[in-house]
Design a protein around this ligand. Sequence first.
Ligand code: MN
Length: 406
Amino acid sequence: MLEARREQLFERLKEGIAVIRSADRRAYDEYPQDSDFRQDNNFYYLTGLETPESWLVMFSRSDGRDSVVLFVPERDPSQEIWTGSQVGPAEVKKLTGIKSVYPSSEFEKRFLRQLARGAQLAKYTHLYLLAGVGVPGVREIVDLGLETHRSISDLGEPLAELRQVKDSVELARLRRAAWITGEAQREAMRSVRPGMYEYELEALIEYVFRLRGAERVGFPSIVGSGPNSVILHHDKNRRRMEDGDLVVVDVGAEFEYYTADVTRTFPVNGKFSERQREVYELVLATQEAVLEAIRPGVTMRELRAIADRYLREHSSGLCGRSGCQKYFVHGLGHWLGMDVHDVGSYTSALEPGMVLTVEPGIYLAEEGLGVRIEDDVLVTEEGHEVLSKNAPRTVWEIEDLMGRAP
Ligand SMILES: [Mn+2]
């Protein structure tokens, strides 16, 4: 699969050299609370490796004899008492099937110098780098004047195009991330009670994430109750939840580098009030109208228009005379993958294998009443599949799980 991804990237490159840098280790002294290593998404996508301070160099040739060279740090046995056993060049060769693997310390000697001298590498006229020249390595290339006689192109674009359509391994991971997140939502619904604090619900959700095998959260968990339900990125989660509140829970487990993003809104006491139910059912029906339209060929813009039209035509009196549409203040959805707001163009039409969120919401600040419903949706040949369907979504399903359905 990794080789197939590299092949597909080669197909999009002209005669040239692409350099992809790994993430750096975060020093424990500098980030004691957040020193967990997470690989750079593009590097991980192409290598599957979690080694820091590494480079992947891809040589794209017009005769089809493309080649790949990896530079990874040498093992340091004296450090392994701290780090556990590491993988060095020898192990990486076995893990990746890439034959040319060298120690990172030789990156400069073997690669940068040759590039500078030019002779052997002169025919590679394009230099593909990732935007964000701050990345070490890329800076060096530019500093050394290595871009002379080469046109520098952004590698981010072809990589984003590739990553926008998920392969089977990616889909398996996204499916798992969405399922874990749905299970956490169920647990939150079962456990919430008036008098609990938002952070207690957050802790419970993240406990279920870990319990089910997620490595981390894909983004800071949002648990917004009552007046906080209308704050879109409320992640302080310090409020005591009261009887009669709705709570907006917008969370995502990350499983093997792929994150879900699922929002549910439910009553803290287990039972929607009439008013809450009216607004909730409008948001739900809007989401349904959008979901029904999801199939290959449709664009994000068209989906947004469907949501806006639905809200305009069905909110008679619910949000005052002007209707509810103006209270839908954020985007309808985004691509989902290794990044929660994943790479990919928002003008391209949907294709099988793309994964997006659908998240209509209405926020009535004066009433402290916010409702958002968000699901993760795979585009299939025939239409779509909701990956987060294990999280209860209708009023009946929610009240039933919370033990308060009639
Ligand atoms: Mn989202």
